[in-house]
Design a protein around this ligand. Structure first.
Ligand SMILES: [Zn+2]
Length: 314
């Protein structure tokens, strides 16, 4: 049994996978804020899985953790995880001390990329050398890359940070200091800025209002969908991956989001023989609703150490 823990801003999601990579147990609990709360949530979720599986933690083959922020995957150190109140924490070392077993730590978007690849990239359950980009549409926008079956982090861990590619020189100033970043156009925070609401699922409400003909909703949805399509185009034109998978909170919209993004890509193809030749609409998918991609990916990365690869997982 391999265990993966996805520490999110509000919820911590933990899974136990069997030797074929199938989810055999999973649970969610609140994360809390600050180093002690985050460590306690991770330990509690692993403890709960020992109870559910009847295995002591040292009997787990591996434990991996996905967490937002800048992660040194070699040491397990996490910095700048603002949503969790973590400025600088040796998460891997602290968890190993508390659990008594080796723990691998990975950035949550990279973990979700690897988990999505496991689910969608090798459907026959075989080691795969295909390539995939995972486009995470959460509060922000970022991508994770799996190239020839292996996670690609880049030379400084910044591979896939396409949310900070400026696309509008007159756009609002981004938290990164630049102006008009893609993340300011296509993300949960972008929708919150343009479509303020107290609805628990703002993007769902936005799509409903647009479908009912609300003029502002139509405009905000158009901007969101066009910029998501632009992110897909950036990913294919940069690394020419076999396919792009959309995940993150906004992807829970599922088919309506995918259909809208495909329609934009098709409209661009109609005007550009070059883009048409790339068959972008056919190369986009969404993470199946409810699939805990980051937790599954964390479990698989935990199994494989720093040189994450699909070989021999399944
Ligand atoms: Zn930015």
């Amino acid at each position: 049994v391999r265990v993966g823990v996805d520490i999110g801003g509000t919820k911590t999601h933990a899974v136990a996978l069997d030797e074929t990579g199938r989810i055999v147990q999973q649970l969610r609990l609140p994360t809390g804020f600050g180093p002690e709360a985050v460590l306690a949530a991770a330990v509690r979720s692993v403890d709960a899985l020992t109870g559910l599986t009847g295995l002591a933690a040292e009997r787990f083959e591996s434990i991996g953790v996905g967490v937002p922020g800048a992660v040194d995957h070699a040491t397990g150190r996490v910095t700048h995880a603002v949503n969790l109140g973590l400025d600088d924490l040796d998460l891997g070392t602290e968890l190993e001390a508390r659990l008594g077993v080796l723990v691998r730590v990975e950035n949550d978007v990279n973990a979700a990329a690897f988990g999505s690849f496991h689910r969608l990239g090798s459907p026959a359950g075989q080691p795969s050398d295909r390539s995939m980009a995972y486009l995470n549409l959460g509060t922000g926008l970022a991508a994770g890359l799996v190239l020839k079956g292996e996670l690609w982090r880049g030379s400084r861990g910044a591979a896939g940070e396409i949310g900070h590619i400026p696309v509008d020189p007159h756009g609002p100033v981004c938290s990164c200091g630049q102006r008009g970043c893609l993340e300011m156009m296509a993300s949960g925070s972008a929708v919150a800025r343009q479509w303020p609401t107290s609805h628990p699922r703002p993007v769902e409400e936005l799509f409903e209002a647009a479908a009912a003909g609300n003029v502002l909703a139509l405009e905000v949805r158009r901007s969101l969908v066009e910029n998501v399509a632009a992110a897909v185009r950036v990913l294919v034109l940069t690394v020419d991956v076999d396919f792009v998978v959309i995940g993150g909170g906004i992807s829970s919209l599922g088919e309506p989001l995918l259909a809208a993004v495909r329609a934009v890509l098709a409209s661009w193809a109609a005007e550009s023989p070059f883009l048409a030749s790339l068959e972008l609409p056919e190369r986009v998918a969404v993470v199946p609703v409810g699939f805990p991609a980051a937790a599954v990916g964390a479990a698989l990365i935990g199994a494989l150490g720093s040189g994450a690869t699909m070989s021999g997982v399944r």
